[in-house]
Structures are given as C-alpha cells and as structure tokens.
Write a new protein. Structure first.
Length: 440
C-alpha cells in the first residue's frame, strides 16, 4: 500500500531511457518475476502521431500489448457544435491530417443528405471530389510506406516516398491554395473551380508517377531483407478483422475485397474503371502490397477524372440554391488574400437584399432540416464515416466520426502478442494509424 516510487502493487518498476538491455536485465537481480512492463512512448515514432504502447515482456517476447491514446485530443467533434455547418469543414479536415479530403467528403455528404440535395450537387463538383480524394489516397499511402520503411531502416524508401508526396501536395496547393487542412470540399460542392493549367499539371504528375511507382516494386517487392522483415509479422486473418471491425488494407490483405467505392458507391465512383486490390497473406507484407497496388489504381481513377473535367470547362461546382451556395464564388484578391475588390463591388452593387442575404449566410449560416445521417466512404485507412445530427438550426447538434485508425488500432495486441518486441513497430506501421483521427 505504501510502496516507494520504484515499487507498485504489481511489482518493481523499471524506467528505460535508452540504455543497453543487458543493464536492465542485471537490474532485475535475483527476482523470481521475469515479467517486465515497458512503456514504449508516448513519443512520435515518425508520423503516426503521439502513441503510447504498454508492453509486457518476457525476455524479448511480447506477452501483452496495450495502447494508450488521447495524447493528441483536440475536441474537434465538440467544437463543431459551436460553428456553422460550413465552418465545420475547417474543423474536421484537421482530424486525420494525412487524408483531409476524406474527412471533408464524408462530412459534406452527410450534410447534403440532411439537406436532401444529393442529386443536385453538380457533376463537376463530384468529379473534382473524386480527383482530390484519389490524389490524397496516393499521398497518404506514400507516407505510410515511407515512414514504415524508415522505422525498419529502409531509408531509401522513406526519401523517395516523401519526394513523391511533395508532388501531390504541390497539386493540392495549386487547386485549393493549401497543402493541408484545405476545407475545400463543402456542403453543396467544392469551394472553387480548377485554376488555369491545373489539368496539364495533373497529367504531368500521372505520367511521372507511372514511371516512379515501379521503383517501389523493384526496391521492395522481391527484396529478401524487406520481405524477411515484413512476412508473417503482425498476422491477423479475416475472422480476426471481422471480429474487431477492421477495414481498409488490413482487411483486403486477407483476400477479402471489401471496398466501399465498389460495394456502396458514392460521388459517382460507379462510373470509374478500377479494380479492388487484395492480397492473401494477412500480414504486414500483404498490407504493403495492397497499398502499393492501390496507388496504381488511384492513378487510373485520377486519369479518368482529369479526362472528364476536360469536357466540363465552365460548368458549375456548387449547387444552384443561393441559400446554400456560399462561398463557392469567392474571388481571391491580387495579393492572394481575402476577397477581390471586384467581387465585393459585385455583391454590394447587386441589391441591398442580396447584400443582407450574403451577410446572414456568412455570419449565421444556412439551416439544415432536423434529422441524422451517416455516409461512410473508403479512406486510405478503411471505412470513414460522419454521423451528423441536426436539430433544425444553423449548427450541427452533434457530429461524430467513425475513424478507421481508431478501430484498426484495436488489432495492436492481437498482432503483437507472442512476437518479438522489434516486430511491434512493424505491426503498428502496417495498420497505419494517424493519431489525429484516433483522438479527435
């Protein structure tokens, strides 16, 4: 009961700060208890986020693994209750910060279902959403493979992964003005049209990536060192995935081709030609191969979307209802900031009623009929869905997200227990959790 700081009711406590494992083993002395509990974290191992793992070890074998989460909690879902429906987009885009467009898309689709305007969203807006989401899938998978490679010592994989991701972020900056946290996909459509020259840049990117993606395959697929590090590590079969609710690459690596883009299409995905990628090993290597193959399929979709956008020049990108369609027609000033004077002059010169309406729409927001909606989409990590509830007001009564990182992280113990402590890193990397989405 009155244990000193180095003792607990569960046994002796060891603080591991990077010294040799031998010195820790010697510290055990003649103790009969060979069980050691080690805190791995909370730290930021590359870019998964601030995650704490509590490992119980016997020698170097993991006998128990638990996750400690909550270190990145931001209160985004609660904050959204105090902002208008459009402002909610700027919050949710910051959750899973490696795939912001998917956060925005599932939220916008839920709000559109409540507004009953799903069929009114312009075709060009839907195609732009698909284009941005698939580019985002590529950038997210690149980070997963790059950081996962770095964690096992494959630094070349890391350098070329981030090199390619920069190209995708350049496209995001060109189209939306921002490299992350875009708030570009909004209820009713998207914020603005494609800028001049964007399609040419996208086609150049597609051509370049078709040359560079095979570099990953040549570097990793048959590499005996890489395969030895990933094969049979973090094994979780189909029954385990279904029992824990896992989705995305971990599920498809078991051979089960569940992909919401095919099984429950949204945003017009049924009109695109692509294949659901699966693998049959149910281990870290299979998850790597699924992500690598998915990037090639995403390139196919991006190419089809770019071809469709070429024929939609000048088409609207926001619903026609002026009581919802803010702020799709914003014009950027010559300094790259705020509204252009021409746009302000146009609003103020139209009519007093139009100016009052615009002011109310910006400050107060539009009203959404009472009800609730849940629209799941296929994010890079699995099923991502926004459950939005309205009480008929101008703000969400409740917004809650089903984030795949949170659900998939449940598999940590199953994947790690019985394996070596070094394999915990590989197992976590193969899940690809982003703690911004886990903690929200």
């Amino acid at each position: 009961m009155y244990a000193d700081p180095s003792e607990t009711s569960q046994g002796k406590v060891f603080t591991v700060t990077g010294q040799d494992w031998d010195s820790i083993a010697q510290g055990l002395g003649d103790s009969a208890d060979e069980r050691v509990v080690v805190n791995m974290g909370p730290q930021h191992p590359s870019t998964h986020g601030v995650l704490r793992l509590i490992l119980e070890l016997e020698g170097e074998t993991v006998t128990e693994a638990r996750c400690g989460i909550g270190y990145l909690h931001t209160g985004i879902e609660k904050n959204m209750e105090f902002r208008s429906w459009v402002q909610g987009t700027t919050f949710c885009t910051r959750m899973d910060y490696l795939s912001p467009f998917f956060n925005e898309a599932t939220y916008a689709l839920g709000v559109e279902r409540l507004l009953d305007i799903e069929d009114d969203v312009p075709e060009k807006a839907q195609v732009m959403r698909v284009l941005l989401m698939e580019l985002n899938r590529i950038s997210s998978h690149l980070v997963c493979i790059a950081t996962g490679g770095m964690e096992i010592g494959a630094l070349t994989v890391m350098t070329i992964g981030f090199r390619e991701r920069e190209l995708v972020l350049d496209l995001f900056e060109l189209i939306t003005g921002l490299r992350m946290n875009h708030a570009f996909i909004r209820p009713g459509g998207v914020a603005q049209d494609l800028p001049p020259g964007a399609l040419d840049e996208i086609r150049d990117f597609i051509a370049l990536m078709r040359k560079r993606l095979p570099e990953y395959a040549a570097l990793c697929n048959a590499n005996p060192i890489f395969k030895a590090r990933l094969e049979d590590v973090g094994h979780l079969d189909l029954a385990g995935c279904l029992a824990l609710g896992l989705s995305g690459p971990p599920l498809r690596a078991t051979g089960y081709g569940w992909d919401l883009r095919k099984t429950q299409p949204y945003s017009g995905y049924e009109d695109y030609d692509f294949e659901v990628q699966t693998w049959d090993t149910a281990d870290a290597y299979g998850r790597f191969r699924v992500r690598l193959n998915e990037m090639s399929e995403s390139l196919r979709i991006v190419e089809q979307a770019a071809d469709r956008l070429a024929g939609l020049e000048g088409a609207p990108v926001m619903v026609g209802d002026k009581k919802i369609a803010w702020p799709s027609q914003l014009a950027i000033g010559s300094d790259g900031m705020g509204n252009s004077l021409d746009h302000i002059r146009h609003i103020m010169g139209e009519s007093m009623e139009a100016l009052i309406h615009h002011f109310k729409l910006v400050t107060e927001g539009f009203r959404v009929p009472a009800g609730q909606a849940y629209v799941p989409i296929e994010s890079p990590r699995g099923e991502l869905g926004a459950h939005v509830v309205s009480d008929g007001g101008t703000r969400p009564f409740r917004a809650h997200f089903r984030d795949p990182s949170f659900t998939n992280l449940q598999a940590t113990s199953v994947m790690s227990e019985g394996g070596m402590v070094a394999d915990v890193i590989v197992a976590i990397a193969s899940i690809d959790p982003v703690m911004g989405g886990v903690d929200r």
